[in-house]
Design a protein around this ligand. Structure first.
Ligand SMILES: NC(=O)c1ccc[n+]([C@@H]2O[C@H](COP(=O)([O-])OP(=O)(O)OC[C@H]3O[C@@H](n4cnc5c(N)ncnc54)[C@H](OP(=O)(O)O)[C@@H]3O)[C@@H](O)[C@H]2O)c1
Length: 95
């Protein structure tokens, strides 16, 4: 979930898919990962979000939709990238 990245959670392509299935963007993201065969470990301290994040087994993304999500890959991580000097600098300044 990109550590709750707002740009990701407001992405218009993801929103359109979510609306079609009456789901949320995080649910579409989690479902996409599961259909790709990836392990997902979403983190939340919010009970309603924890429940929301489990509720992804009653819909299925089409191959077109899977491709739409695949096409969003920029090759960059949305949250801490240990190889990115900018992130390294940010992390050093946190402590
Ligand atoms: N990212 C990494 O590099 C990394 C590295 C090693 C281990 N991990 C572990 O992997 C797990 C995932 O961590 P992550 O940092 O990548 O976090 P994540 O799961 O991508 O995002 C967590 C953030 O998303 C919010 N969130 C969760 N579900 C949501 C929903 N349905 N709607 C809107 N916001 C939602 C959470 O808010 P609230 O908690 O406020 O609800 C939290 O701020 C954690 O257990 C972490 O320790 C991550």
């Amino acid at each position: 979930l990109g550590n709750g990245n707002e740009e990701l959670l407001n992405n218009t392509a993801l929103k359109a898919i979510a609306e079609k299935y009456h789901k949320t963007v995080p649910q579409v993201i989690l479902r996409w990962h599961l259909q790709e065969g990836f392990v997902v470990i979403p983190k939340s301290v919010t009970p309603s979000r924890i429940e929301e994040n489990f509720n992804v087994f009653d819909f299925e993304l089409s191959e077109d939709e899977m491709n739409t999500v695949r096409s969003l890959d920029t090759g960059k991580r949305l949250f801490f990238d240990p190889k990115d000097p900018e992130w390294e600098e940010k992390m050093l300044n946190v402590v």
